[in-house]
Design a protein around this ligand. Sequence first.
Ligand code: IPE
Ligand code: IPE
Ligand code: MG
Length: 247
Amino acid sequence: MALFGKKPKQSEVSELVLPKHVGIIMDGNGRWAKKRGLPRKAGHTEGARTFRKITRYCSEVGIKYLTVYAFSTENWRRPEDEVGALMKLFKSYLEEAISDFKDDDIVVRFIGDKSGFSPELQALMDENEECSRERDGMVLNIAMNYGSRDEIVRAVKRIASDVKDGKISEDEITEQLVSDNLYTAGQPDPDLIIRPSGEYRISNFLLWQSAYTEFVIMNKLWPDFQKSDLDEALQIYAQRNRRYGGV
Ligand code: IPE
Ligand code: IPE
Ligand code: MG
């Protein structure tokens, strides 16, 4: 159930003003498992199923860019066995993903610091990017070991080094240049960010890019998230009045 807005009828979705870029903070896996008396990792397994289903659906309804938050730079703080279970899940997912999303024409990209993962996982991430590069459907950014502050620091360092080397002057540092040095370079800013699980926070996700993003918080745990919940978020988005500081 959404905290704001009415539930749309399926038929209404195709008539909506669609966001070009949607972000999803896939949250609530642990609570989903706890409610069932299961270990947290069971929630992550179920969350991965939801991820596949909702990603395909986003592509079907005509979203051009989807960014999903899968693992943050802060998630390493979790107990070792939970982090271990997540790495195992990423590995099995990435092995299957090489062929997954092929029929949907989805371009897979990873945003975040890949160097934090094992060489095996990094190779799988590279392979997924490589084999989907030529597709021309929806761009799927999977945020893994992603933290927006880390991303901004990385961009600042790159720009500082270019100034130091005389490649650019200080005057050439613009908002556009900062955007061009983020992981999402060349992509439009997210129009809509959906956070299931009822938490009202951004948790270090797309801080720079979300300056004028619309937020929809949904009171549902990610493993329970259905296509109809996405429809509902799109409907709420379509009713928003975006002003960008104007009137
Ligand atoms: C999101 O679900 C998945 C990751 C952060 C990897 P959580 O694991 O944060 O689930 P809750 O928020 O504890 O319920
Ligand atoms: C955000 O969820 C990160 C992901 C969904 C991958 P968290 O569960 O880590 O965020 P907090 O701790 O509730 O802010
Ligand atoms: Mg959480």
